[in-house]
Design a protein around this ligand. Structure first.
Ligand code: CA
Length: 219
């Protein structure tokens, strides 16, 4: 497996890198929230994330990653064992927890169950199927890959298939409330998603709802 380890304590990072490496995994280390954010994407099989990082809080960091559409399983490490904090960690999108100090065999067992448990969530609208784990859309025998943003845009439209979805809703769901980039970003991405649906033979089409936004229409 490809494992990203986000851990600032050198001794713990070395222990994880060595131990997981001996198990045959490919491990990369990030010691800060900034370094981790620069490398995080869905190409990792699992991410091990320390709660307390020098430049940020692992729980908040993970919340941001999940809102950006990260689907990779995340195992949170923490020195704090309080039940309330565990709950807040899990709500932020962690898939599992391990309190330091932990037994290495226990860590391996948790990683094993996390990666076996990869949810096979699949959304459908007519012939269109959205594979979130595989980050692709399918129709019959055709497949197109989607970027994380394209996936987020299409997910919302599929979830609300047949209904008009406003640009504001798309912007908030995909880019977040605090987005301050170009105003036409939604239209640009919808255009890209339309082109991908076309490659699939238009199992569903995105129509423009004038003055409001878009609607996914299933024939
Ligand atoms: Ca730490």
């Amino acid at each position: 497996m490809r494992i990203l380890v986000v851990e600032d304590e050198p001794a713990m990072a070395r222990l994880l890198a060595r131990g997981l490496g001996e198990e045959g995994h490919q491990v990369e280390l990030a010691a800060t929230a900034a370094a981790a954010s620069a490398r995080v994407d869905d190409d990792w099989d699992v991410i091990i994330l320390d709660w307390g990082l020098p430049d940020g809080d692992g729980v908040l960091l993970l919340g941001r990653w999940r809102r950006r559409g990260l689907g990779t399983p995340v195992l949170m490490l923490t020195a704090r064992g309080q039940v309330g904090e565990r709950v807040s960690g899990l709500r932020s999108g962690a898939d599992d927890y391990l309190v330091k100090p932990f037994d290495f065999e226990e860590l391996l067992a948790r990683l094993d169950s996390l990666t076996r448990r990869r949810p096979a969530r699949e959304l459908r609208a007519g012939r269109l199927r959205l594979d979130e784990r595989g980050r692709c859309a399918r129709a019959d025998d055709h497949l197109v890959e989607l970027s994380p943003r394209e996936l987020d845009v299409l997910r919302l439209l599929v979830e609300r298939a047949g209904d008009a979805v406003s640009r504001d809703d798309l912007l908030a769901a995909v880019w977040g409330e605090a987005f301050t980039g170009p105003g036409n970003v939604v239209d640009v991405y919808v255009g890209q998603v339309r082109a991908k649906l076309r490659q699939l033979g238009d199992p569903a089409t995105i129509t423009t709802v004038r003055g409001l936004g878009y609607r996914l229409v299933v024939p």
